[in-house]
Design a protein around this ligand. Structure first.
Ligand code: PLP
Length: 425
């Protein structure tokens, strides 16, 4: 079976042939790949091609594919039973681990995805404040709950869907959408509607419209704005949690949110999400409080085994300065190659995160990101793939350098980028 044959079968039985729209190649052209295995920084396709992977399952695989310690933990846990619907010791260990690595989280509730984490955080904020409205940023992606699909990034942005169909007008009307990095717009919303706002939810480093770091003072300004109107500040750290240091970005940058949403890395490649934060807020969750949240597979023992093994590796190896160095090498290399070829391209980077933006200047919000030449990104994606490098199949996503990448891997990336950009000139 080739990828093309599999995709032809898939499109008959799966809408668009994919179980998540970001896996489609609609914006870069060609048929999606089918992968059979991965090891470290590499994946193998059904055709037997080995690719250097810079998508990393969209973020979870900070230690690389099939890390032996993670695989071992999963196998042992599975052999002991895959689900009980009864408390297991690992849940206690996992919650203690998160709370100790993220001191702003006094209590934590664990679930099975980032979407559930943001949904729960918003419900908690509404239950706690008794208010309805939420502030989310233009191009921010917080999973696929109805009201969070208004002006959302990631697959909606790639697919040209401004806001999802099927979301009721009432739900959408309760969402206020200022531009990212625009404190003045937030202040205006707070001034006029502050007493109706339950929460401000933000990706502290935007990662679902490509990589856009917060402007100096932006996150502190959001903290002040939330305090001024009595709303909760929610950091959606599903990408940034444990990505830029062995904790959250909130802890690293010194701005403390009321609630933090986690996902991706904390599951080490298995389905785990979590929300944690202020004890008085977390105590509103059932069965202690009136805000309901539940899950048959929440805190699943096999998933938590993968998460705990990943956290143990992060603590032991502390790969962050190395990933940052490799990330800087990658972005510097791509930017140099672009300059030499006279191409308008800016490769943004932070830690191991990166996005080659095909535009002049540095984007700061969704409006500037939209100036990107998505056709040029598509050509870059295809040129890199031809040379054995797998990138996210969209201009509006971040690439990931993992702890499994080596200096040689980054060298291979830069060489391929150089050749591709020369071709694109
Ligand atoms: C991926 C992501 C989510 C959703 O997580 P899922 O596990 O896909 O439901 C939420 N917020 C951000 C910032 C994400 O990147």
């Amino acid at each position: 079976m080739t990828s093309q044959e599999l995709f032809n079968r898939a499109i008959r039985v799966i809408p668009g042939g994919v179980n998540s729209p970001v896996r489609a190649f609609n914006s870069v052209g060609g048929d999606p790949l089918y992968v059979v295995s991965g090891k470290g920084a590499r994946i193998r396709t059904v055709e037997g091609a080995e690719l250097l992977d810079f998508c990393g399952s969209w973020g979870p695989l900070i230690m690389g594919h099939a890390h032996p310690e993670v695989v071992d933990a999963i196998c042992r846990a599975a052999a002991e039973g895959t689900s009980f619907g009864i408390n297991t010791p690992r849940e206690v260990e996992f919650a203690e681990c998160l709370c100790s690595m993220v001191p702003s989280m006094k209590m934590v509730r664990v679930m099975s995805s980032g979407t559930e984490a943001t949904m729960t955080a918003i419900r908690l904020a509404r239950g706690f404040t008794g208010r309805r409205k939420i502030v989310k940023f233009d191009g921010g992606y917080h999973g696929h709950a109805d009201y969070l699909l208004v002006a959302a990034g990631s697959g909606l942005l790639t697919g040209g869907i401004t806001s999802s169909a099927g979301v009721s007008a009432t739900a959408a009307a309760e969402v206020l959408v200022p531009p990212y990095n625009n404190l003045a717009a937030v202040d205006e919303i707070v001034r006029t509607q502050g007493d109706e706002i339950a929460a401000i939810i933000v990706e502290p480093v935007a990662g679902n419209m490509g990589l856009i770091p917060p402007a100096p003072g932006f996150l502190k300004g959001l903290r002040d704005a939330a305090d001024r109107c009595g709303a909760l500040l929610i950091f959606d750290e599903v990408i940034t949690g444990f990505r830029l240091g062995p904790t959250t970005y909130g802890m690293l940058c010194g701005v403390t949110p009321d609630l933090t949403c986690l996902g991706k890395i904390i599951g080490g490649g298995m389905p785990v999400g979590a929300v944690g934060g202020r004890e008085d807020v977390m105590r509103k969750l059932a069965p202690l409080g009136p805000v309901y949240q539940a899950g048959t597979l929440s805190g699943n023992p096999v998933a938590l085994a993968a998460g705990l093994a990943t956290m143990a590796l992060i603590r032991r190896e502390n790969p962050y300065s190395r990933m940052e160095k490799l990330g800087r090498q990658l972005t510097d290399g791509v930017n140099a190659a672009a300059r030499e070829n006279g191409l308008t391209l800016h490769c943004a980077g932070l830690g191991g995160l990166f996005t080659p933006f095909f535009m002049a200047g540095v984007p700061t919000d969704l409006a500037t990101v939209k100036q990107c030449d998505t056709k040029a990104y598509a050509a870059f994606f295809r040129g890199m793939l031809k040379r054995g490098i797998y990138l996210p199949p969209s201009q509006f996503e971040v690439g990931f350098v993992s702890a499994a990448h080596s200096e040689q891997d980054i060298g291979q990336f830069i060489k391929a980028a150089r050749e591709t950009l020369e071709e694109q000139e």
